[in-house]
Design a protein around this ligand. Structure first.
Ligand code: NI
Length: 173
């Protein structure tokens, strides 16, 4: 297993639309293991392959406090959604920023699991929000896209500044 580097907003690679996974093989399972390791170490409750610059329709999530509910969704599709819930969301690709976003409260999602089996699952509350957030990543969409242009641009400027300081540190004499 390996911890992968997470792309940060406004990196244009986060805007890539992911392609469907055609076969669930050992290479894909190894990517899923790496996604879990990267997510747990961050720490976060969800991570999409897009965020580690792999543009395949794969995401992982675990909303438990003790890493006991790992979920890997391959080619996820929401087939039903209802209700509205507002959550303070953050994102490993937008470090340090939390803003309220409205999403469906309850979803039914179809996906392929790591064994290659087709699964249909219901999710509500935080798990439903997490899956919707990660599925947005697969479309090249970020939670900041739900905010006003002014807010998004303020976050972009601050993050670009932080990223510049960080790369300057690497060559400081
Ligand atoms: Ni995210």
């Amino acid at each position: 297993m390996a911890k992968l580097t997470i792309l940060e907003f406004p990196d244009p690679r986060l805007r890539t639309r992911a392609s469907p996974v055609e076969s669930v093989d050992d290479g894909l399972r190894s990517l899923i293991d790496d996604l879990f390791e990267t997510m747990y170490e961050a720490p976060g409750i969800g991570l999409a392959a897009t965020q580690v610059n792999v543009h395949k329709r794969v995401l992982v999530a675990d909303i438990s406090a003790d890493k006991s509910e790992p979920l890997a969704l391959i080619n996820p599709v929401i087939v039903e959604k209802d209700g509205v819930t507002a959550t303070e969301e953050g994102c490993l690709s937008v470090p340090g920023y939390y803003e309220e976003v409205e999403r469906a409260e309850h979803i039914r999602v179809k996906f392929t699991d790591r064994l290659g089996d087709d699964v249909e699952m219901e999710a509500e509350g935080l798990l439903a929000v997490c899956i919707q957030h990660e599925m947005d990543h697969l479309e090249g969409k970020l939670f900041v896209d739900y905010l006003s242009e002014a807010k998004r641009s303020r976050i972009r400027k601050k993050l670009v500044k932080e990223q510049r300081y960080r790369s300057a540190d690497a060559v400081a004499l």
